[in-house]
Design a protein around this ligand. Structure first.
Ligand SMILES: C[S@@+](CC[C@H](N)C(=O)[O-])C[C@H]1O[C@@H](n2cnc3c(N)ncnc32)[C@H](O)[C@@H]1O
Length: 204
């Protein structure tokens, strides 16, 4: 599994690497831009929304929301990703912290209209996902939503099909979202399939 130093090294080539996998329509980034766009459109429905981005990376999505007037907060553990994101969003409140240990204290006093996480939370195993998502849910403003865009499937059968297609390229160290399993913990969860390996999950 990639640690914070691994992400530091990946940071400068990240946008390009994602672009290549996206252009090929291959796992893991098939549908990446549509996933980000879907979340962007939902957040845009609320003017000047307060948004927390978990694992914001180079700020591909959040910087677009920032440019449209959203109040942006974020947590990521890679110094390099944070630096690149700050260049695009100098007034955003971006904090360094490992989300497998929970949320940074500075982020706990705010109530968010949207908490977004794209291609980041698959680093948590299913049990930790549930407890972290419960923690995040407690920070939603009235009417707020958690929006997760990631490698995600409606059920395990769909995941297994994708795994077979991906062959040796499949990453066994990541824990991808399976909507009908997570729904047992979050009955309000809605899942939108975007590509053969990606989707958007919404929890309110
Ligand atoms: C694949 S990138 C996704 C970046 C961005 N959200 C996107 O959609 O392009 C994953 C991001 O999550 C961060 N990340 C991964 N594990 C993390 C952890 N345990 N704590 C904090 N950040 C983490 C990485 O540093 C990286 O910026």
């Amino acid at each position: 599994m990639r640690d914070e130093k691994g992400f530091d090294l990946w940071a400068d080539g990240y946008d390009r690497a994602v672009g290549l996998s996206y252009e090929e329509g291959s796992y893991p980034f098939a549908g990446y831009r549509e996933v980000l766009n879907d979340i962007y459109k939902t957040v845009m429905e609320k003017p000047r929304a307060v948004v927390l981005d978990i694992g914001f990376g180079t700020g591909t999505l959040t910087s677009k929301l920032y440019e449209k007037g959203c109040d942006v907060f974020g947590q990521d553990f890679s110094d390099r990703m944070i630096k690149l994101a700050y260049q695009k969003m100098p007034n955003a409140r971006l904090y360094k912290g490992d989300f497998s240990l929970g949320l940074n204290e500075e982020l706990k006093g705010v109530r968010y209209d949207f908490i977004i996480a794209t291609y980041s939370l698959h680093h948590l195993d299913d049990e930790r996902k549930v407890s972290f998502l419960n923690e995040l849910r407690g920070l939603l403003a009235p009417g707020g939503r958690i929006l997760i865009g990631d490698v995600a499937f409606s059920d395990r059968e769909q995941l297994e099909r994708c795994k077979k297609e991906a062959g040796e390229g499949w990453d066994d160290e990541e824990f991808y979202f399976v909507a009908d399993e997570l729904m047992k913990h979050f009955p309000s969860l809605a899942f939108k399939r975007i590509s053969r390996c990606a989707g958007v999950l919404s929890i309110d």
